[in-house]
Design a binder for this molecule. Structure first.
Ligand code: AMO
Length: 442
């Protein structure tokens, strides 16, 4: 144990601990007083340890311990004993205890109650909600996912970077920008590191990634939109087509899924989730084919329409039924649908089509990206077409005049990925303290 660890966690108690003194610490989950004997379930990060108190061995201690309030936090010094009845196989016979902080009663949220509280109440009392091991498990899976992603990208020579989140101009359309006051200037919260990651492609740091918050003033209140999400952004240079970019996205998903199945095995078990990492390459469906598939399934949709939530969901069902695919790319998005995306490279032969793709996971977009337009003249033309003021983007454009290699990349929504991986009904379940149109506290 490191010198700064002062308690033994329940999952560190082993057969070797039997008969030995121990100090455990945690929250009082439950007290069962049977008169002469009482059982206290003390919960910590590793699980639950049973404290067995005998009245006849120490009546004063018995009285004090059985009058504790639920969820108070204590340390208990005692001796470990093997016990067939206790959860985990061990109990601690206490000699002394210290209340580090007593919990008020009633609790704002039950920790072991069978009846589930609604999501709002849970989020309003998130610290308490997180005392449930199945809720904590989500965030352990999330951490394992990020770990898997970092391992893969570092292994492929990508450098992790951090770019500003206070910016002078947006890259993803004005509608979802959060304006802020920045000293005597107007500024925005970054919707995406788009301009910076492309800027870096001209620097020689030509394979980068960033994992950071991105901000969107999303007017829509849905189970897949939040105002602050974690964006994994990847950019790489000297590519030949969007296919190279897709291969990296595929590598990230495949290796992180496989990492999670081993690194977070017990959490997945607790959550009742089985992950079978689908073998790459993931199927590619062009946007045109996707519309035809939806039409033939009876959906009212036309070429040129956004797939929308409904279309994405239905396509997810079709891909699962027909191709047993939970993960698949939708490719060659029409230019008209990527209207705001002034930086997308268009097909030289058919400018109505881009090489842009989405990667969908069980009927929900989790990644979006493609090859960028790196030719200055073409890029500025596309920006003008989008009605953009080139002067506000000079720092971005300058890099395209002094040696910008062909490049591409994507944005990858971390919470959407975790949401789909764990079949969570609402993206907010994958965020500790979600931000949306109404939620600012906690
Ligand atoms: P886009 O706007 O498609 O692309 O975003 C990329 C990915 O980010 C996630 N995402 C969100 N997740 C939760 N709540 C939101 N409000 C939200 N908005 C987006 C999604 C989406 O697929 N600059 C480009 C990326 C690029 O081309 O590199 C961009 O931001 O998973």
């Amino acid at each position: 144990m490191p010198s700064w660890q002062h308690v033994t966690y329940s999952d560190q108690i082993t057969s070797e601990s039997a008969g030995n003194p121990v100090t455990v610490g945690g929250w009082v989950q439950d007290i069962r007083n049977l008169g002469g004997i009482a059982f206290i379930q003390l919960r910590d990060r590793g699980g639950v340890v049973q404290i067995t108190v005998l009245k006849k061995s120490d009546p004063a201690l018995f009285k004090e311990m059985t009058s504790l309030t639920r969820e108070s936090v204590l340390t208990v010094k005692g001796t470990v004993k093997e016990s067939k009845e206790a959860k985990g196989g061990y109990e601690v016979l206490p000699e002394e205890f210290e209340v580090l902080n007593a919990a008020e009663s009633p609790l704002p949220l039950g920790v072991v109650d069978k009846v589930g509280a609604d999501l709002d109440t849970r989020l309003n009392n998130r610290f308490m909600d997180l005392r449930k091991e199945e809720v904590r498990a989500i965030f352990r899976v999330r951490a394992a996912t990020l770990d898997g992603i970092r391992r893969y990208l570092s292994g492929e020579g990508f450098v992790e970077v951090t770019t500003p989140k206070i910016v002078a101009a947006g890259a993803e359309g004005g509608a979802t920008l959060f304006p802020i006051k920045y000293f005597d200037k107007n500024a925005y919260l970054a919707q995406s590191p788009q301009l910076y990651k492309q800027n870096l492609m001209a620097s020689g740091l030509d394979r980068i990634f960033e994992i950071a918050p991105a901000y969107r003033a999303e007017a829509s209140d849905t189970v897949r939109h939040i105002a602050e999400f974690t964006s994994l952004d990847v950019e790489l240079a000297f590519i030949e087509s969007s296919e190279d970019v897709m291969a990296v996205a595929e590598g990230i998903v495949d290796s992180s899924l496989r990492h999670v199945t081993t690194a977070a095995r017990s959490e997945l078990e607790l959550l009742g989730v089985e992950i079978e990492a689908q073998k790459p390459p993931y199927p590619r469906v062009t946007y045109k084919e996707a519309i035809d598939l939806l039409k033939s399934d009876g959906m009212e949709i036309d070429h040129g329409d956004d797939l929308g939530t409904e279309g994405e969901k239905l396509l997810g069902d079709i891909m699962l039924d027909k191709h047993s695919a939970e993960l698949y790319f939708i490719t060659q998005f029409p230019t008209s649908l990527k209207r705001g995306t002034f930086y997308a490279m268009r097909d030289d032969d058919d400018p109505d089509v881009t090489g842009y793709f989405d990667l969908d996971y069980r009927g929900q977009e989790i990644v979006s990206g493609g090859q960028r337009e790196h030719r200055y003249e073409v890029l500025t033309e596309q920006m003008r077409e989008n009605g953009m003021d080139l002067g506000s983007f000079e720092f971005y454009l300058k890099a395209f005049r002094y040696g910008m290699p062909p490049h591409g990349g994507f944005g990858f929504g971390v919470e959407r990925y975790v949401q789909k991986m764990l079949n969570l009904p609402n993206i907010r379940e994958a965020v500790l303290y979600p931000r949306d149109r109404v939620r600012l506290i906690p």
